[in-house]
Design a protein around this ligand. Structure first.
Ligand SMILES: C[S@@+](CC[C@H](N)C(=O)[O-])C[C@H]1O[C@@H](n2cnc3c(N)ncnc32)[C@H](O)[C@@H]1O
Length: 157
């Protein structure tokens, strides 16, 4: 991703090998976002209180959400609104592992398997009605010793 990118539910780090041309980060903690040296713009916003992304239509090429989708209590509304701010042909990529904060994740995530979690995120894309079909991908090999990494993404038509 090298264009205008939105990192949703971001903190002090955005996980890009090469910084995008312009990176907006949205999260709940202003101090964390201030410490994100890759960010060009910082937006403090609680997506559970208001699932609308406070940005104009079609202002980013792609959006990402890393290891945080399990905190969303109104995920379908958020996914639909992310599609509004992503330009046609852009992707929304959700990545996650198998770690979680039990007090923060939605209950359904706590008892789900890795495959269930991939299906849950794919279902968020489907129910939003705003994307093409979702792709599910395990990014780490099966014999990987560290945390597994999963990605589910879809493109805005
Ligand atoms: C586990 S951290 C992940 C941070 C970052 N994405 C990363 O990969 O390092 C979860 C992040 O989600 C943000 N977050 C949690 N609930 C949120 C909400 N309702 N709206 C927006 N951001 C939220 C927090 O501020 C926190 O930075």
């Amino acid at each position: 991703m090298n264009g205008d990118v939105l990192d949703l539910m971001s903190s002090w780090v955005s996980h890009f090998r090469t910084p995008p041309r312009h990176l907006r980060v949205l999260g709940m903690n202003a101090a964390e976002l201030d410490a994100n040296s890759m960010a060009d713009e910082r937006i403090v916003h609680d997506l559970n209180a208001d699932p609308r992304v406070p940005l104009p239509d079609g202002c980013v090429d792609d959006a990402v959400c890393c290891v945080s989708v399990d905190y969303l209590t109104r995920p379908v509304e958020v996914f639909r609104d992310v599609a509004r701010v992503v330009r046609p042909g852009g992707r929304f990529v959700c990545t996650f592992s198998n770690r979680l904060f039990p007090t923060k994740a939605i209950r359904g995530w706590l008892y789900a398997t890795d495959d269930d979690r991939c299906r849950i995120v794919a279902e968020y894309f489907r129910q939003s009605g705003a994307y093409g079909s979702a792709t599910v991908s395990r990014r780490t090999p099966p014999n990987h010793l560290g945390d597994p990494l999963f990605a589910v993404w879809a493109t805005r038509p």
